[in-house]
Every structure is written in C-alpha cells, then in structure tokens.
Design a protein around this ligand. Sequence first.
Ligand code: C5P
Length: 244
Amino acid sequence: MSTSSTEAAPRKKRERPVIAIDGPAGAGKSTMAAHLARRFGFLNLETGAMYRALALKAIENDLGFEDEAALMDIASRTKIRLEPQLEGNRVLLDGMDVSRRVRDTDVTAAASQVSVHPRLRAWMVEQQRLLGDRGGVVMEGRDIGTVVFPDAEVKIFLDAAPEVRGNRRYRQTMPGEMVPAKVTESSIVQELKERDARDRNRVDSPLRPAEDAVVLDSTSMTLDEVLAAAEQVVRKHVEDGQLH
Ligand code: C5P
C-alpha cells in the first residue's frame, strides 16, 4: 500500500475539523497541539509517539532497525494506543504504559530510524486515519498535512532554526532532571539535525510543508506569540464558516 497522496484531495464533509500540525523535531508542535486542543475542545494526538512505541518494541525484541520485514512482523502483533491528556498523550504499548520510556534517547533515535520504512509508515497511516477521520482532532507529526490527512481543514507547519530548537529543548530538560553528563546543548542540536536530515530526505513521505499549509517560523517568536498565531489560523476557519 502506498502512503503517498495528492494534497489537493477533495475535502470530506466532517462535522468537526482535522487540524494538522507538522514540522521538525523540537519545534514545539506538541505544546501547540495541546494548546489548540484545550482551546477548541479537540483531542490531541501525537503520531510520533506511535513510531516511538514501535521502536521501543523493536529494541525490546533486539531487532535491527533496518529490517523492515521483521519490524512489520512485530507490528502485526502490536497494539499501540494513544490516550490524549491535557499536556500530551499517554502511550500504551500492548496495554503497558510506556509514556516515559518512549521519550528516552535510545528510543528517540530508534524511532527516527524505523520511520523511514514505507510498509511501516503505511501501517501507521492507516491507524492514524482511523483515529482522526471523524474530525475534532489536532494531530501532530511529520506527514499529517501531506499524507495522513491531505484534506485536513487546517494545516500548520511549525519550523524554527535548529540552534533555537536545540536551545529550547536543552532548557526544558535541565531543571531537576537526571541527564547524562555527555548531553550538552550542542549534542542536542546535533541530534535534532540528524533526525531532521533523516525525516527530510527519506523517500517515503519526507518532511515538508503541504502546499496549502500555513508556515510559522518560531525562530524569533515567544511561545505566547506562536500559540496566538496558531489560534488565529484556526479561528480564521471558524470565521470562514468551515469550523462548527
Ligand atoms: O514527533 P516525535 O519526535 O515524537 O517523533 C519521533 C520520530 O518519529 C521522528 O523523529 C520521526 O522520524 C518519526 N515520525 C514520523 N512521522 C510522523 C511522526 C513521527 O516519521 N508523523
């Protein structure tokens, strides 16, 4: 099954919209998704958590991240569940809460590697469409506006310079958290750049803004400004009568 699609896909009549948020790692997509979900009463779904959960299962089963057939084999026996909460998603892997574990650096790196495989992406996309098809969701990831929901009512592509994303991430993770001494601001920037390169250069569903996405570059914006801008984009659709 191919996950590619046309961005000009005819719009389905949904009672409530799909808000697609895409962009590179560390741009603040989850914060934006959680904010918009609270503001407009939608569910927020972090699709990256699904890739992370499968990557965790690959680690636990000692699989090579390049072995698509083996990954598909475990995928067919895996249940991944996202439970939207106020600040993010609770992630259940075969019924086990792995919300914290999937954020560890080994899982982060593995998720970026397993997500290049087309058959695995098709499997994820199918589930993501089932989750969001009825609308009333803010779905964030890398390919939501281009592949998962090319007919999304609102599409935002959130970007920022890698150094700024790395700095924000560094400041977020430091207070009171046990972080290995080798994790520095520049190692975080380096890791983000590697993940970006993999996401942007993969053959299937590379990271890029959909043609009809509103691109927000938050490099020189405060968090409040970014959230206000995103709210404005959604509100415009309310005013255009496209949101119920
Ligand atoms: O968004 P997050 O950083 O949690 O995503 C983890 C990894 O999953 C990313 O580095 C990316 O490679 C992959 N991903 C993807 N498509 C999505 C969401 C995430 O390829 N829709």
